[in-house]
Design a protein around this ligand. Structure first.
Ligand SMILES: [Zn+2]
Length: 55
């Protein structure tokens, strides 16, 4: 079994349009030090919007 220890951190993706926190994902902060920005479907906006990592 893989260890649960590591550099991956849970992050919350927040819709930049309505501000709802729609997705939880994880990333390796050492490989991706910049804040994530992903286009994803927002059920509140009923369309694809840019989701940003919540600090
Ligand atoms: Zn939204």
């Amino acid at each position: 079994m893989a260890s649960k220890k590591g550099a991956r951190n849970s992050i919350i993706l927040k819709c930049t349009v309505c501000g709802n926190e729609n997705y939880i994902t994880s990333k390796n902060r050492k490989e991706h030090p910049d804040r994530l920005e992903i286009k994803k479907y927002c059920k509140f906006c009923k369309q694809e919007t840019v989701h940003k990592e919540k600090k």
